[in-house]
Design a protein around this ligand. Structure first.
Ligand code: BES
Ligand code: ZN
Ligand code: ZN
Length: 477
């Protein structure tokens, strides 16, 4: 889909269809063209409510408030309706805050019209649709915002494609190949490290998780290094291309959707794709642990003790708590390889407990620095992603103690599972990086089995927008 900005008044712009975003309170005023008809149709202008008036070729869509979220949901709703028609060009006007409006309109329409049809036998042809946005303010600066939003939304959609792809078609080597493809396209560096490297470097935790799979684990390391970089940031992602649970096998119902356990790693790939194209003035490393957690005679077992790259020993009491094992070694790798880090963030569909705790639409953000967590939550919300901060405490920390090793991979309590998983990871964050680290548990929003707002069924690309926003903010510090 093409999106263009135009500084002509909406009336002058030629298009097949006009999209009219209506805030509830506008309905009471008399300046709405089809007021009577809308009343007869019982149109109340609530979120995700729309009507298409074929005679006047207008799509009216509800919008409950003047916010990014509401505008993006509104335009996504309207564009889905428009996409179902044979019309080619639609036009829409910005709302009061033009910067916010342009961002929401571009991202809302690109994210809202995404669909994943790779596994449908009937292939739909990509239709050449166009959306023209009528703006009042400075065209040049608004065009820049639209271009940035296009990069961001396309990167989110790339992440969604990876996550939605089946485990049969997307295993560690495929993930590595996709990383290489991105690196080539956006001209960044890419290193792929296999089993031999992991063995040589004593990454016993990641290797154990991978052992029963026919697919070799891959550690992906992407590097974006602009001249005169102001900061150095590391992004680490959990890339479990499938999580069967291992010998602590998941019940059948819980195993379905576990192709989405690569969401953290896929988000990191999407982030790198966006960051490089946006030319952010910071050095960014993207590290993904791509592994498949399976069963077999060779599988790692509950009762095993693993040795991670930093020499810490881990008692395995549940092979389904595998993401933290992969991340443990990836975090060590990152900190051993990259010196003088300013920030280190990890992304993972780590715990069902996080979904239970904060709901399926929200990311849980953890770490040792209250101010950094606050900054991340604020930027997430600004980017259109829901997030909240979850607190560590000394009592929960005691629940992951082990009698025979340094730490246990599950807690002795079933309460606070998202936090105890985060505190497990803290064991693999080096002293000098304690306050520079954040852990993002995206288990809820990464993959939802019903459409929500501008997110379709399945992968949402969670993590990409919030991180780009956070890094843009960090770059301006
Ligand atoms: N990949 C899962 C977490 C998950 C659950 C992601 C639901 C998305 C939706 C993770 O590897 C896992 O299985 N975690 C266990 C931890 C438990 C064994 C301590 C969980 O959450 O049940
Ligand atoms: Zn698991
Ligand atoms: Zn998992």
């Amino acid at each position: 889909m093409k999106i263009n900005l135009c500084s002509d008044s909406i009336k002058k712009i030629e298009a097949d269809v006009e999209i009219i975003i209506v805030c509830n309170k506008d309905l009471e005023q008399n300046n709405i063209k089809d007021k009577k008809l809308l009343e007869d149709l019982n149109f109340k202008a609530t979120d995700e409510e729309s009507v298409f008036l074929p005679e006047s070729k207008r799509i009216y869509v509800g919008c409950e408030e003047n916010s990014y979220d509401a505008i993006a949901i509104a335009v996504a709703t309207a564009m889905k309706k428009f996409k179902a028609t044979k019309f080619k060009v639609a036009k829409v006007e910005t709302l009061n805050d033009e910067t916010l409006s342009v961002k929401a309109l571009v991202e809302g329409s690109l994210l809202g019209t995404y669909s994943f049809t790779n596994y449908k036998s009937e292939k739909k042809k990509e239709q050449n649709k166009e959306l023209i946005i009528a703006v009042n303010g400075d065209l040049k600066s608004l065009k820049k915002i639209a271009a940035e939003s296009t990069i961001i939304a396309n990167s989110v959609n790339k992440t969604r494609n990876f996550v939605n792809t089946t485990p049969e078609d997307f295993y560690p080597d495929v993930m590595a190949k996709e990383a290489k493809k991105i690196a080539k396209e956006v001209k960044i560096d890419c290193k792929i490290l296999g089993e031999e490297y992991l063995e040589k470097n004593k990454m016993g935790a990641m290797l154990a998780v991978a052992r029963a799979s026919v697919h070799e684990p891959k550690l992906i390391h992407l590097t974006y290094k602009p001249k005169n970089a102001k900061k150095k940031v590391v992004l680490v992602g959990k890339g479990l291309t499938y999580d069967s649970g291992g010998l602590s096998l998941k019940p059948a119902d819980y195993m379905v959707t576990m192709k989405s356990d690569k969401s953290g790693g896929s988000a990191v790939l999407g982030m790198m794709n966006a960051i490089a194209q946006l030319n952010l003035p910071i050095e960014v490393h993207g590290i993904v642990g791509a592994v498949e957690n399976m069963i077999g005679g060779d599988a790692y077992k509950p009762d095993d003790v693993l040795v991670a790259k930093n020499g810490k020993t881990i008692e395995v009491r549940n092979t389904d708590a595998e993401g933290r094992l992969v991340l443990a070694d990836c975090l060590c790798y990152a900190q051993d390889k990259i010196k003088d880090i300013d920030y280190i963030f990890d992304y993972a569909t780590l715990t069902g407990a996080c979904v239970v705790g904060v709901g399926q639409y929200t990311t849980g953000i953890m770490g040792n620095s209250g101010s950094l967590k606050c900054k991340a939550v604020k930027n997430s919300l600004q980017s259109g992603e829901y997030a909240t901060s979850l607190p560590f405490n000394r009592f929960l920390k005691k629940t992951i103690k082990s009698e025979i090793a340094d730490v246990c991979n599950i807690a002795s309590t079933r309460y606070g599972g998202a936090i105890t998983a985060g505190m497990f990871l803290d064991n693999f964050v080096y002293k000098e990086n304690k306050d520079k680290w954040l852990h993002f548990d995206i288990a809820g929003p990464a993959f939802v089995e019903s459409a929500w707002g501008y997110n379709p069924h399945g992968a949402s690309g969670a993590g990409v927008r919030m991180t780009v926003q956070l890094l843009q903010n960090i770059a301006n510090d």
